[in-house]
Write a protein that binds this ligand. Structure first.
Ligand code: DGL
Length: 265
């Protein structure tokens, strides 16, 4: 098997993909990671397919030029609307967040009734629905776009009463459909887990797409033999498309510990 010490590239529309980086560092601490947050053009979640494809192409190109061995599309919206497009355009392996999340939901559900919450673009694309139905035609999927949740997380209001009330309001229609599993289909939602868990109670399992994506990356590296042979801890480099100041300040919230200084491209 031929190991590869090339870095793993990760991109997202902004900060949120750092939830995937956090899981990658936990599971694959020796891998070198290069992260690009397209902070100048965030959010993607309310944009058209064409625009999301164009931005995702440009983000990928930046990483591919830095000779990454794999591109992780950490953004749910980019994965939902642009993953196929990227796979067609570039000769490089891509892993997105939707399929790993869909697979995990199918493993978790007992009654075959799965809820999905995500940005408006992700929900309108029906990407989770299509992926789940490819794997298990019998599952029923109920979804809800939750556009207010991203700004609430970025404000640091992940678990205040106001946020829980908004979560409750968004979830009411899908909870009424007796789901037993809920996919958190947006980079920011892992930070809402305590608030969502309080609203939905213990009987509903929460599927974190960031964690499942990192598991899929580990599996890919194992199967392809492309994991690093290095023994030391891998470095993380952060790049952004707008001024790095506020990014660096909020990055800690998503990474769970101190973030290296981001550089603007
Ligand atoms: N990163 C996006 C996602 O996971 C959320 C933020 C945005 O709308 O760009 O869907």
């Amino acid at each position: 098997m031929k190991h590869s010490d090339k870095p793993i590239g990760i991109f997202d529309s902004g900060l949120g993909g750092l939830t995937v980086v956090r899981q990658l560092r936990r599971l694959l601490p020796r891998e070198r990671l290069i992260y690009l947050g397209d902070t100048a053009r965030v959010p993607y979640g309310n944009k058209s397919r064409e625009t999301i494809q164009q931005f995702s192409r440009e983000d990928s190109l930046f990483l591919i030029r830095r000779r990454v061995k794999l591109v992780v599309v950490a953004c749910n919206t980019s994965t939902a609307l642009a993953l196929d497009h990227l796979q067609e355009k570039f000769d490089c392996p891509f892993i997105g967040v939707v399929r790993p999340g869909a697979e995990a939901a199918i493993r978790e559900t007992r009654n075959g009734r799965i809820g999905v919450i995500a940005t408006a673009a992700t929900i309108q694309s029906h990407a989770y629905e299509k992926e789940i139905r490819k794997l298990d035609r019998a599952c029923r999927i109920f979804s809800s776009a939750c556009p207010l949740l991203v700004p609430l997380v970025e404000e640091g209001w992940g678990n205040i009463r106001l946020t829980r009330d908004i979560v409750r309001h968004y979830l009411r229609p899908i909870l009424a459909r007796r789901i037993d599993t809920l996919i958190l289909g947006c980079t920011h939602y892992p930070l809402l887990k305590p608030a969502i868990a309080r609203v939905v109670g213990r009987r509903i399992r929460l599927v974190d797409s960031a964690e499942n994506c990192a598991i899929a990356v580990r599996q890919f590296l194992g199967e392809s033999g492309k994991g690093t042979a290095k023994r030391s801890e891998g470095k993380l480099e952060l790049f952004v498309t707008d001024r790095p100041f506020s990014f660096s300040k909020s990055a800690k919230l998503f990474l769970g510990n101190r973030a290296p200084m981001a550089r603007q491209i």
